[in-house]
Structures are given as C-alpha cells and as structure tokens.
Design a protein around this ligand. Structure first.
Ligand SMILES: NC(=O)c1ccc[n+]([C@@H]2O[C@H](COP(=O)([O-])OP(=O)(O)OC[C@H]3O[C@@H](n4cnc5c(N)ncnc54)[C@H](O)[C@@H]3O)[C@@H](O)[C@H]2O)c1
Length: 445
C-alpha cells in the first residue's frame, strides 16, 4: 500500500484553483509557506480511548504520497503556461507568484477537449481537433500515457478543475458503459467534455474526482467503468465557502430543534468562475448543487413543524472589482420556543481559491491512497470535501460537515485496522470496568 515513485496530478482546467494549488505545493515543499487548511498536512486523528493519548498526525497514520513526489500536468483552452494562468487569476501576491514562476512555467498545459455549448462565456484558443468524442478520448489517453512516461510515474490522479458546465440531466446515454461508448463514437451531444476526461482517466487506470457541480462521473456509466477498472471516484463540487458554513449552521438548528422560515444566500464574485456562472445554464448547475444541502440536512419529512415550509434562495452575482475575493451574505430567519422569530446574519469575506486549494490537495492524496488500498467506485468517505456528495443510488447524501469528518476519520482507522470511534464513551463511567482496569494498571481500552 506504500506510495511508489512520483504521483502525477492531472487537472483538466488550469485556472485559479489548480494554479493556486500548484504554486502552494511548491512553496510548502520549499519550506516557505504552511499548508494551512489541509487535513492531510496538518490534521491529527485520535486512536483508541481518550485515556490512551494517542493522536498521531493523519500523515503518520496512513501512507500518503509525499508532496515532494507530486508532478502536475493539465489541459486548458487558453494555452500558455500555468504561470500565465496564475497571473491572470490574480490570487497569489507578487512575491509568491515570482518565487514559483520557474516551477509554474515548467508545467505542461495541453490542448483541451472543449465544446462551446457546455461553457458559453469562454472563447477557446487551443483545443483538440477531432472527428468524434471517442477520438477526443483517445487523444486524452495518449496525453496521459505520455505524461506518465515522462514523469516515470506509475500512480496518477485526475481532478476536474475546469469551468462549471451547463446544467444537464442524466439520460439514456449515461445509463451504462455500453451506451456511453456508443455515444462517444456517435458524437452524442449529451456527453459533456468533462465526461470525456473522466472516461479517458478511468480507461488509463487513473482515479477521478470532480471539483465542479457538473454530472461528469456521477452517472451509472462511470460508476460501472470505475468498478470494472477497480478505481476510486468522487465528487462533486468543492465545498469551500458559503456551503461550508451552511453545512455547519443547519445541523446546529436541527440539533436544537430550532425552526427555519427562510435562508437567503447571496454572493458577489469577480473571477473567471464568477463570469462563467453569470450565464444561466452554468448557474443552474451550481444552483442545484448549492440548494440541495438544506433539504437533506433538515429532513422536513421528520420535522414538518420546523422545516416543511422554509424559503431557500441562492444568488451569485458577477462583480469584477472583487476578483477572487468572494463575499457572501446569508440572512437566516429562524424561530424558537413558542414560535418566536429570530435572525442570524453571516457575512463571509473569503478568498475562493485559497479555500479550494487545500481541499484539492487532500482529495488528490486521499484518492491516491484509496487507489493503493484497493478501494473502488464511489468514495463516500470523501463527502467532507463536496457540496453535492456522490453516494450509492439508494442512499441520500450526508451533508453535515461533522458527520462527514467522523466518517472520513473512521474510514482512515478502518484502513489501518484501528478500532472505530463511536463516541459512546460509557466505559469511562462503569465502575466495574474502571476497577478492573486499575487493578491491571493499564489504561481503559
Ligand atoms: N472555491 C472555489 O474556488 C470553488 C468551489 C467549488 C467549485 N469550484 C469549481 O472549480 C472549478 C474551477 O474554478 P476556478 O476558480 O479555478 O475557475 P477558473 O475559471 O479560474 O478555471 C477554470 C479553467 O477551466 C478551463 N476550462 C473550461 N472548460 C475546459 C475544458 N473543457 N477543458 C479544459 N479546460 C477547460 C477554463 O479555460 C479555465 O481556465 C469551477 O468549475 C468552479 O465552479 C470552485
């Protein structure tokens, strides 16, 4: 299960999030900055009973690929280098950008598989010219093989960091691998570019995760392929800002049986992602992803008096002066004892890609770990990182951030054969158990 040699990270989309990650990894491995926000780099995990005082770093518990071994490559429609993309994104300050310039300039940006219908706001400069979607997949596969050879890499991971594609619903062509492959050959318009990347990755033995809300791997054809190839997949839509807060606050309301009348969420955002989301088709994809969380967390069918009738609205407004500095406002109308109304106001002044980069890093390392540990198909334990977590068709997704974290940590314990933690804790108070333990002179198990 130990990592062997370099890990090649493929990102379709060399934009704000991916270049902020790439530059950040280079600065961290040079010892110039700290990997703040990354659970794999900074997080600890409790093992055994609280009396045992065993809390190693996650990176000491499971064999994660070292940052020193990460290699990056990707595709984009604008050509140029990752340095050009990082400069345009305007996330990093001049010092950080200049310190990482040679590294970013060395990262290969390959011509993209792109379809204008799926991202209407961007005009491509460098795209593959192929006759069919199957041919496009073949070219991506060749890019992957060549890059892996160049890096002498046996392990790879791909994460979609491309723009949010227009809203599409699952249909027949997505329903099985057979139908999907027929669709690729026949240029079926319902197959989005992001799906072609996912197909190419899985065919080449590379796990895939989706950082955007488009369907991509969240279709039966891809779960079938992932299972067949024994590869882990995960998605979708990085959970980073407003939704991160929502999945902490909503469980609090439910935990205390406080009611909800309405939740109005609005954002201003001025980066390229904001520009893409200003178009109605791409916004619809994001809106569906952002709206789904409250319904699942609050469970109106279980608590009709508290949650059967709340109004939930999400808006994203493109506002260029702010660049990557997204600002979100939430107005939450709640009610308490005897139905008396109250309000909560949240104003988060965040940096979109600064929040997303560590999420991307953790996903890369955990997906690679899952691959080496022989896990395949949907990795629900990675829900922690997503706004619309993928899960088995018969399940509803788990959105509560702290349940997601508990699930993730228990999964790591399970992978290394450590006892799972239930938080029951009754044994600490049972006199008989205590007495026995004192006589033996050992700590509680
Ligand atoms: N906090 C966050 O930043 C955050 C949170 C959740 C989701 N996301 C999603 O992550 C994705 C990346 O965000 P970003 O801020 O880096 O956006 P960005 O616009 O800076 O970068 C996306 C890049 O993808 C490229 N692209 C579009 N279609 C492509 C294709 N078919 N092949 C290859 N490249 C393609 C674009 O040219 C662009 O350079 C977006 O979909 C965004 O919605 C971001």
């Amino acid at each position: 299960m130990n990592p062997e040699g370099p890990l090649t990270v493929f990102t379709p989309g060399i934009g704000a999030v991916s270049t902020t990650l790439m530059a950040g990894v280079e600065l961290v491995r040079a010892g110039k900055r700290q990997p703040i926000g990354s659970l794999t780099q900074m997080g600890a995990i409790r093992l055994g009973k609280r009396t045992e005082n065993r809390s190693p770093l996650i990176s000491d518990l499971v064999p994660l690929a070292p940052l020193a071994g990460l290699r990056f490559a990707g595709w984009d429609i604008f050509g140029g280098t990752a340095y050009d993309a990082a400069k345009k994104a305007g996330v990093l300050n001049r010092d950080d950008l200049e310190m990482t310039r040679p590294f970013l300039q060395s990262i290969e940006v390959m011509p993209a598989v792109f379809e204008q219908n799926y991202v209407k706001r961007l005009r491509p400069k460098v795209v593959k010219k192929t006759k069919s979607k199957m041919e496009a997949a073949e070219e991506l596969r060749e890019d992957i093989r060549r890059t892996m050879r160049k890096n002498s890499s046996r392990q790879g991971v791909m994460v979609w960091c491309g723009s949010t594609e227009v809203f599409t619903e699952e249909s027949e062509v997505h329903s099985s691998l057979r139908n999907f492959e027929k669709g690729l050959a026949k240029n079926d318009p319902r197959i989005a570019p992001s799906m072609i990347y996912a197909y190419a990755a899985l065919k080449e033995g590379i796990p895939f995760a989706n950082g955007a809300p488009n369907l991509t791997v969240d279709i039966p054809a891809m779960t079938e392929l992932a299972k067949k190839q024994k590869l882990p997949i995960a998605g979708k839509d990085f959970k980073t800002g407003q939704t991160l807060l929502k999945t902490v606050l909503a469980p609090m309301l439910k935990a205390r049986m406080l009611g909800l009348d309405g939740w109005f969420s609005t954002n201003i955002l001025g980066n390229q992602d904001g520009e893409v989301l200003d178009e109605s088709g791409s916004f619809k994809t994001k809106e569906v992803s952002k709206l789904s969380v409250l319904e699942h967390i609050l469970q109106p069918h279980l608590y009709p008096d508290l949650y059967s009738d709340f109004y939930h609205k999400v808006r994203i407004n493109y506002y260029p002066p702010r660049g990557d500095d997204k600002e979100s406002w939430d107005n939450i109308d709640i009610f308490g004892w005897l139905g008396y109304p109250m309000q909560i106001k949240v104003n988060f002044l965040c940096k979109d890609s600064i929040l997303a980069a560590p999420v991307l890093l953790d996903l890369i390392l955990f997906l690679d770990l899952a691959h080496r540990a022989g896990l395949s198909g949907i990795q629900e334990w990675l829900s922690f990182y997503f706004k619309s977590p993928m899960c088995a068709p018969e399940l509803y997704p788990e959105h509560d951030l702290f349940i997601q974290l508990t699930k993730l940590k228990n999964h790591l314990r399970y992978l290394v054969g450590e006892e799972l933690i239930t938080h029951l804790g009754i044994e600490y108070y049972e006199e008989e158990v205590k007495g026995r333990q004192t006589r033996r002179g050992s700590s509680l198990k």
